[in-house]
Design a protein around this ligand. Structure first.
Ligand code: M7G
Length: 335
């Protein structure tokens, strides 16, 4: 683990709201893909966590989301722990085949099933510790029924905007990145221009071990664009700059061409400071489906056609049953 990551952890345990998500993997500023197996062993913070509730688990995605509490010595803080099995990659096959132990499970006509015990370093579980975790974090990760909301421009002004102005998640982590107080060594590309500039860096959801699940975010330097709803044709130079330079940087660093990328914005986002998601097209990441993801290429075209497209358009988006905004839409008779 690098110094900055270590500092981040220290901070997060001291109620530093600026960094709410802590991922315990090493970041590599030199190479294209991070090798967390090379990272020095970190202190096991999980031994101080008592699991209070499983928020969500998925056998298909091989992940579990746990609500827990840090011991009194570490401040009695709420935490969310996310554990995900890591994909099996081609470059590890040689070692996996040669050095694993096999136990026979069953023999059939078509094939034999074994339980394979891989060498420990090829059997890592990606673990994210969100600490201190707020109620919003806990809600965000809890399995919930979702509903499609129809939001007219009037709904946006009378329901959504007042809600997000009051309740949105802190974007301190974004400011820290822009001000080079966090994740400096992870920056993949930076354009410092105050109007059209941005920082491109790996999303917390990506452990950078393989390009197959590539996930980066571009965070814009401008501080006053909350979401897609605020975009006008005056933002076209910014959006085109991110589209072009983001693609070039990803091609150069990860050898992934544009035709293999999904470049999009979320509506509603979780964090109201404009950012663009860059993921590998074949990676079906949660949040990439049509009801939430808006392709940047489409956004650019729509703004070319009509500067007020996102100001006036009726927007559709999914909301979880326990989302505060659901109640507001219900109370207004819009659901
Ligand atoms: P979003 O569209 O606002 O909402 O995306 P989502 O979280 O529902 O997708 C925000 C993105 O920022 C997500 O993909 C997060 O994983 C990512 N993210 C959140 N935090 C707190 C950080 C952080 O501190 N560093 C980095 N690199 N990514 C983060």
């Amino acid at each position: 683990m690098d110094d900055t990551a270590a500092k981040r952890e220290g901070h997060s345990l001291q109620h530093d709201e600026s960094v709410q998500e802590v991922k315990r993997v090493k970041s590599d500023d030199r190479g294209a893909v991070e090798k967390s197996s090379e990272a020095p062993e970190a202190e096991n913070i999980l031994s101080a966590v008592t699991a209070t509730k499983v928020l969500k688990d998925s056998a298909r995605e091989k992940s579990i989301f746990i609500h827990g509490k840090l011991s009194a010595q570490l401040g009695d803080q709420e935490a969310v722990v996310i554990m995900e099995s890591t994909p099996i990659t081609e470059d590890t096959l040689g070692e996996l085949f040669a050095k694993s132990k096999l136990r026979l499970e069953s023999e059939g006509k078509v094939g034999t099933i074994y339980r394979l015990q891989a060498p420990p370093h090829l059997n890592a579980i990606k673990t994210t510790v969100v600490c201190p975790a707020t109620d919003n974090h806990v809600k965000k990760y809890q399995r919930q029924e979702t509903f499609l909301v129809e939001e007219t421009d009037a709904d946006y002004r009378s329901i959504t905007l007042p809600y997000i102005e009051k309740h949105c998640l802190s974007v301190q982590w974004v400011c820290n990145i822009l001000e080079k107080k966090a994740e400096v060594e992870r920056i993949v590309y930076e354009d410092p221009d105050p109007d059209v500039g941005f920082i491109l860096l790996p999303d917390f959801k990506w452990d950078q071990r393989q390009v197959d699940d590539l996930y980066l975010i571009a965070i814009v330097n401008q501080r006053n664009i909350r979401s897609l709803r605020d975009l006008r044709s005056t933002h076209l130079p910014l959006l085109k700059n991110i589209y072009k330079k983001g693609q070039e940087a990803i091609l150069q660093r990860y050898q992934l061409p544009t035709c293999q990328l999904r470049i999009y914005l979320h509506y509603q986002p979780s964090y109201y400071h404009l950012h663009i998601h860059f993921t590998k097209l074949s990676y079906e990441v949660p949040g990439c489906s049509g009801e939430r993801a808006h392709l940047l290429a489409d956004v650019i075209q729509n703004l070319h056609l009509n500067s007020d497209y996102y100001k006036s358009q009726t927007m559709y988006f999914p909301l979880r049953a326990d989302h505060g905004l659901m109640n507001k839409f219900k109370k207004a008779g819009r659901l």
